[in-house]
Design a protein. Sequence first.
Lengths: 209, 96
Amino acid sequence: VGAATAPLHIRAILDTRILSAWLVHRNDREMFAAYREYGIGRLKLLREHVLADLGEDLDDEAQAFVNQLDKRVNIEIDDLWQSVNLGSFTNKTMREMAIEVGLKRDYDLVYAPYSSVNHAEWPSVRENDTLICREPLHGGHRLGAFMPSSRTVGPVAPMTAFQYARDGIDAIFRHLGIGVEDNFQPLEQALRHALYTDADGDDGESESA
Amino acid sequence: MEITEDGPVDPEPLMNVSEIAKVLEELDRLGGELREAQRGAVPGPDDDEGVSVLLGLASRLYRLTHDLLERPSAWARRPPRCTFARSSTHASCPRG
């Protein structure tokens, strides 16, 4: 959990895994529409904030930016008919959605701690961004580390990401009547070979004679 | 990716260049297969509401995973460091 960079990627992957599983589980046309409308409404709100921030006298660069944003807002439906929802597109929290689709363990053990990394909660900051002063008379106080992320890498992050992506994509395609599970095998094999095979070609799993 | 010389991937000798190149090759192959496979799911325009959303989310899962797998430096584990070295402590600690 204390890794500095991987949680930023994996939380976003698990976010999508839970959301897509929940939408598949509900399989409700109105819920799909609500999901789309919510995101478009948020984009419309961003445009209003941008316009308010830029003021009335726009230079060419600002006008081009606003025009581009206008296109994004109106590409599917005219903004006249778009509502802005400041809450969420459903009344469920991510935790409730995870429980509903059988991903509670993943929420508790991965999503929640990785969210704490994304939100700069103290344990993450303490472990990645501070160091303890060794001076015994200083009472173990901490100072900012001001160092880059660890360069010690391991197989957990890539395998976790791969498994969530495989499970999520496979579930979506299965819902749509298409089997793609076997398509992931060559990638999994290449990944395992790269991550778990040492320089002598030993995968650590073969029995010796 | 054309490999002219093999060796450890920087920054850690976790894997060789040829091995990460194989992973990226298989990732790209998978992406092509998924793009092709989704054709069987695309309905008429009247039934597109949920299918577009789900295929978009599936693609997002693929893309985010691709982003992580192609950057081994992002697989970092917890840093193996706990304290300042004594010599630097006295130089930098504001308590003196």
